[in-house]
Design a protein. Structure first.
Length: 629
């Protein structure tokens, strides 16, 4: 360490905390009702606690009349809740079960099986694939995680995909659509579907609807995604149908007769389950339960019956070890697609994967520390302070850039501790290594963005490296404050060290004291506080708050505990505000930057940012109240 760390106190917490006249929990849910009436015994004016900065007259006036705000607050009109509209997937016309298909079917017993991949496995394969092929479009596997335990009823599945000959019987019965012409660029003969030479080859270039029609005609149905995977890998979660070791000779190439690659059989004896083309399933594309990966563009609230694409399974487009049998592809149901298909019989499983789910295999969060190290924490005494801006900042377009941090208002906080410095890369990496990973590991969400040492230059701003399952700071960044951490990752780290994220009000009081200053050093910009440059925490002597907390202006933007609402300051409670009870974004503080060209301060300590909690955007520091849960 670049700075000495004295021994941590573990028994006596000094100074002792003095409870407010009526204690309140730190994480009490706020409401739009004025909560001050709940605390009638609190004094209207609180003198500065020992060690607090001198309180200016305007702040004392706000304490004496905590309901006062600059001007009349506007009438709050709730924003209309947007109603998502979805287009239902057309239901295929039921087909009379009048056909016949004498293909051998394999019994798949009822019970549980392992579905999907551990998130770290999927991420590792993705990076290896991109590094080797430079084809990122075919090397993204986060949607096959997390690993699940799923329970299915018994069913039967075709041992091999539907062949040209079998499909042609449905065409001749005038039930199925003819196979469209196949482009010569595909490497497949143009008469592939009609030439008897290829009768035993899998039919391809059909739409999802064509596959559904055929299976219905022979008294069967398309398998669900989970049925397909269980038939392909058994119950133990193997990587390929034949086991855990890659063998290119076991893969079914796109131009070969069905059932000819016996060595690639699944544990149940199902053939051709991993090929260069893949197979249609009946499942609309949806992310797995428990997957909140920041890279997935598909919304988790899209209903299953409105998804625009269907899952294709068993496709190893690069014919390489990267594509485990868990890999997922997608295609529009009306698109002619090179995938093959097979049919199943048996009790139809629940319509969504959530209903078959038994367990989500996520890394276990490490136990929090038994004692809290207070040597690098600062004690913030109880009392009131001024929160928010008094004056607007009007930009060149007439917008008030401080609107979401107005009006200034008085807030009373119980005593608490806050970290003197931001959490560094070294400290956060120690947490990741204890956790055993970063992807989807922080209570089911992504902890932080990381990269491989040989990643492309587009990842140059990511300074947490991962190699062989171990994490380390990029050389030269060990003592710098961690960045690209999600709100979930920050919350999980603080819990690991026995602390929590500070509330927005706690963060601001620790940053500016009780005299409503704009910057840690006062109200006038000082060029020595050049906050755009990232620096070692504590190395800027001027960037220290009245309480002795460093780097609260700039360096890294910092997550706090609160949900974000643009108008929250109009109805924030007086005592221990904790932000709205719900929302879409979380608050970030510590927006750096000096004055504009006219010398007017543009941003300061009260400025607020917001971002979705799963975005890996900022850094953080922790807070602590003795006796907290």
């Amino acid at each position: 360490w670049w700075r000495p760390r004295p021994a941590a106190p573990t028994v006596t917490l000094a100074p002792a905390l003095t409870l407010s006249p009526t204690p309140s929990p730190v994480y009490r849910l706020p409401s739009r009702e004025d909560s001050r009436s709940v605390y009638p015994s609190l004094p209207t004016v609180t003198p500065p606690a020992p060690g607090e900065p001198t309180v200016p007259a305007e702040a004392l006036a706000m304490r004496a009349a905590p309901t006062a705000t600059p001007g009349a607050p506007p009438t709050l009109t709730p924003l209309p809740t947007p109603i998502a509209t979805f287009t239902l997937i057309p239901t295929p016309t039921p087909v009379l079960s009048s056909g016949h298909d004498d293909v051998l079917m394999i019994d798949i017993p009822a019970g549980e099986f392992i579905m999907g991949s551990a998130s770290n496995d999927a991420d590792q394969r993705g990076w290896e694939c991109v590094t080797s092929t430079h084809n990122s479009a075919n090397c993204t596997f986060p949607d096959e995680s997390p690993q699940l335990i799923v329970n299915l009823p018994a069913f039967k599945i075709d041992q091999v995909p539907v062949t040209n000959a079998r499909y042609q019987t449905c065409v001749q019965a005038q039930v199925c659509n003819p196979v469209p012409a196949i482009s010569s660029a595909s490497g497949i003969p143009e008469d592939y579907a009609q030439n008897a030479t290829y009768n035993d080859y899998p039919v391809r270039n059909l739409t999802w609807y064509d596959a559904v029609t055929y299976c219905g005609w022979v008294g069967k149905r398309l398998p669900t995604e989970e049925e397909w995977e269980k038939a392909a890998r058994g119950t133990e979660g193997i990587s390929y149908p034949w086991g855990n070791t890659w063998n290119a000779e076991y893969l079914t190439p796109q131009f070969s007769a069905v059932g000819t690659h016996i060595s690639g059989a699944s544990p149940y004896g199902v053939l051709d389950m991993l090929s260069e083309t893949g197979e249609w399933t009946s499942t609309p594309y949806h992310i797995y339960p428990g997957n909140y990966d920041y890279r997935l563009p598909v919304r988790s609230d899209v209903p299953y019956n409105t998804a625009s694409s269907f899952v294709v399974r068993g496709r190893s487009i690069l014919a390489s070890y990267y594509h485990w049998v868990t890999a997922r592809s997608i295609a529009s149901p009306g698109r002619e697609y090179p995938a093959t298909f097979r049919c199943v019989q048996g009790q139809t499983p629940p319509p969504t994967l959530d209903e078959s789910l038994v367990h989500i295999n996520l890394p276990t969060m490490p136990s929090p520390a038994d004692t809290v190290d207070l040597t690098e924490m600062v004690y913030i005494p109880e009392g009131a302070f001024v929160m928010g801006y008094n004056e607007p900042y009007i930009d060149s377009r007439g917008n008030n850039e401080r609107a979401n941090a107005m009006p200034a208002h008085s807030v009373y906080l119980d005593a608490f501790y806050i970290d003197r410095y931001e959490v560094t890369y070294t400290e956060y990496v120690n947490f990741l290594n204890t956790l055993g990973g970063n992807e989807l590991s922080c209570n089911g969400f992504n902890c932080a963005r990381v990269r491989r040492p040989d990643a492309s230059s587009s990842f140059a701003d990511i300074h947490i490296l991962v190699e062989d399952g171990r994490y380390s700071p990029e050389p030269g960044y060990e003592k710098l404050p961690a960045d690209h951490v999600s709100w979930y990752g920050a919350t999980a780290y603080c819990a690991w060290v026995g602390k929590r994220l500070p509330t927005e009000a706690e963060w601001e009081k620790a940053a500016r004291g009780t005299d409503a200053r704009l910057f840690p050093w006062g109200n006038q910009w000082d060029p020595r506080g050049a906050t755009e440059d990232v620096h070692i925490p504590g190395s800027q002597a001027i960037n220290v708050s009245p309480y002795g907390v460093y780097d609260m202006l700039g360096n890294r933007v910092e997550w706090v505990a609160d949900w974000y609402a643009e108008d929250y300051y109009f109805f924030s409670p007086f005592y221990n505000p904790t932000g709205p009870s719900a929302g879409e974004d979380r608050v970030l503080r510590s927006l750096g930057g000096g004055p504009d060209l006219s010398g007017q301060p543009r941003f300061g300590l009260p400025s607020r940012l917001w971002e979705t909690p799963n975005s890996s955007l900022g850094g953080f520091r922790c807070a602590y109240t003795p006796g907290q849960d």
